[in-house]
Design a protein around this ligand. Structure first.
Ligand code: SF4
Ligand code: SF4
Length: 399
C-alpha cells in the first residue's frame, strides 16, 4: 500500500500521457525541471512504490529537486494544457500533488500561514481590521448592528478578497450600482479559497465555497455576480455541487445585461487587455471587451498568468517578477493594461512599484466607475502594519 493520498490521480494521468513533451516546451518551470506532466505523475508513483514508510517518502520527494520544481513552480496558467493533444488536466494533477506535498509536510508553513482564508485571520482580514475596512452595512442578508437580516434578494455580489480589502471605495461604488440598476442585492465579502488550493488544502477550499453557497441560498439570491473569473469558476463549481438554481456570472456580463453606462469615458490610447488565466473559455474577456467597447480581436490582448498564480512567489519569488515582466512586455509605453482579476491588478501594481514603466495599470472596473485603487497607499499600509502597534500580533498569528 502506498502513502500518497491522491495516487489514483497520478495513475490516471500517467495512463493518459503519451510523453510527447509538448507541455515541457510550453513551460519555463517544466523546462527547468526537465519533466513532462506525465513524468510528474510517474515520479510520484515511483517514489510511493519505493518508499518504506511516510518519512522515507517525504525524504525521497524532498531530495527530488526536479519534482519539487515541477509541482511547486506551477502557476496553474494552463499554457501547457493548450499544447497537449489529449488536453490532460494539469490543474487536477498539480492540485492533487500539492495536497500530498502538504500531507507530507513538504510545503513550509511560512509559505501559507498568512493565507488560510477559512480561519479567523488571514492577511486580507488582518489588513481590513487594522485599517477599518468593513461592509456590515452592505451584507444585508446577515443581521448586523446596522440592520435586520433580509432574505428576498435578486443578486449576491461577490467582490473577492483583493477588491474587498484593497479597493473599499470601488467595492462600495460597484455595490451601489446594483440598486441604481433596479436590482436588490446583498454582498458576500468572503473568499473562493484559491490560496488554500495553492497551498495543498483542496478540501478546505471546497468546504469554504460550500459554506458560501449556503449563505447565498439563505439570502434567496438567484444570481451570483463575481468580479474575478477565478472566484466565478470555484463558486460556480460549488453551486453545481449543491444542485441549486443559482446562476454564476461575471460582473461585466451583469452590467451588459442591465444597460450599464460607464461613469466616465474609457481612456483613449492603447488598451492592453490582460486575459485572466482563470478565464478558461475566454467568456469573461469577451464580456469585458464588449462592456469597454474594445474589439476583442485586436492584437492588444495577451494571455498567461500575471505571476500570482499557484503561490509560486512563496517558492521562487523571482519568478513572479519575471512572469509579470513577461506579460507586461506586450504593452508599449503609454499603454493602459487592463486586468479582469483584481489579484492580477495587484500583482502588476507591485511589479510596477519595484520596476517602474510608462504604462498605466487598471482593473476593468476602474475604467467603468469613478473610484480607483490607490496602490501606493495599499502597499504602504500593507508594509506598515508589520511594524506598527499590530506588528507583534501579526508576527504571532502568522508565525
Ligand atoms: S499550468 Fe502553467 S506553470 Fe503549470 S505546468 Fe502548465 S504551463 Fe507550467
Ligand atoms: S503534452 Fe500532454 S501528452 Fe504530451 S507529455 Fe505533456 S501531458 Fe503528456
Amino acid at each position: 500500500m502506498g502513502f500518497l493520498e491522491r495516487s489514483d490521480a497520478y495513475w490516471k494521468f500517467a495512463g493518459q500521457c503519451a510523453q510527447c513533451g509538448h507541455c515541457t516546451k510550453a513551460c519555463d518551470s517544466l523546462t527547468e525541471a526537465g519533466m513532462t506532466l506525465g513524468e510528474i505523475a510517474k515520479a510520484l508513483i515511483d517514489h510511493d512504490r519505493e518508499a518504506k514508510d511516510a518519512d522515507d517518502l517525504r525524504m525521497r520527494i524532498a531530495m527530488d529537486g526536479s519534482l519539487t520544481q515541477a509541482v511547486r513552480g506551477c502557476f496553474f496558467c494552463t499554457s501547457c494544457k493548450n499544447t497537449c493533444f489529449a488536453h490532460n488536466d494539469v490543474c487536477d494533477l498539480i492540485y492533487n500533488a500539492r495536497v500530498d506535498f502538504q500531507n507530507l509536510g513538504l510545503i513550509p508553513r511560512q509559505d501559507w500561514s498568512s493565507v488560510l482564508v477559512d480561519e479567523e485571520w488571514d492577511i486580507f482580514k488582518a489588513y481590513r481590521a487594522i485599517h477599518g475596512i468593513g461592509y456590515t452595512d452592505l451584507t444585508r442578508h446577515v443581521e448586523t448592528e446596522d440592520h435586520e437580516a433580509e432574505t428576498d434578494f435578486d443578486v449576491m455580489f461577490f467582490p473577492g478578497c483583493s477588491l474587498a480589502a484593497y479597493g473599499p471605495e470601488l467595492t462600495r461604488e460597484i455595490f451601489e450600482t446594483f440598486e441604481e440598476l433596479g436590482v436588490k442585492a446583498t454582498m458576500l465579502d468572503s473568499c473562493c479559497g484559491s490560496s488554500l488550493r495553492s497551498a495543498g488544502f483542496f478540501d478546505r477550499a471546497e468546504v469554504l465555497c460550500d459554506r458560501n453557497v449556503e449563505e447565498i441560498i439563505q439570502s434567496g439570491a438567484k444570481q451570483l455576480v463575481c468580479v474575478c473569473p477565478g472566484c466565478a469558476n470555484d463558486m460556480g463549481k460549488a453551486v453545481k455541487r449543491a444542485g441549486v438554481e443559482i446562476e454564476t456570472i461575471s460582473l461585466a456580463k451583469f452590467l451588459l445585461a442591465h444597460g450599464f453606462e460607464p461613469k466616465h469615458p474609457v481612456p483613449t490610447g492603447q488598451l492592453c487587455i490582460s486575459k485572466s488565466c482563470q478565464d478558461r473559455d475566454g467568456s469573461y474577456l469577451a464580456d469585458t471587451c464588449k462592456l469597454l467597447g474594445v474589439d476583442a480581436s485586436v492584437p492588444t490582448i495577451f494571455h498567461g498568468c500575471c505571476g500570482a498564480g499557484g503561490a509560486v512567489s512563496a517558492f521562487q519569488p523571482d519568478r513572479q517578477a519575471q512572469q509579470a515582466d513577461s506579460k507586461l512586455s506586450f504593452a508599449s509605453d503609454g499603454a493602459t493594461v487592463v486586468t479582469m482579476c483584481p489579484t492580477c491588478t495587484y500583482t502588476y501594481a507591485y511589479r510596477l512599484m519595484n520596476a517602474p514603466r510608462d504604462i498605466t495599470n487598471k482593473h476593468y472596473t476602474e475604467l467603468l466607475f469613478d473610484s480607483q485603487f490607490d496602490w501606493d497607499m495599499v502597499f504602504y499600509q500593507l508594509n506598515s502594519m508589520w511594524y506598527g502597534e499590530y506588528g507583534a500580533w501579526l508576527a504571532e498569528v502568522f508565525a
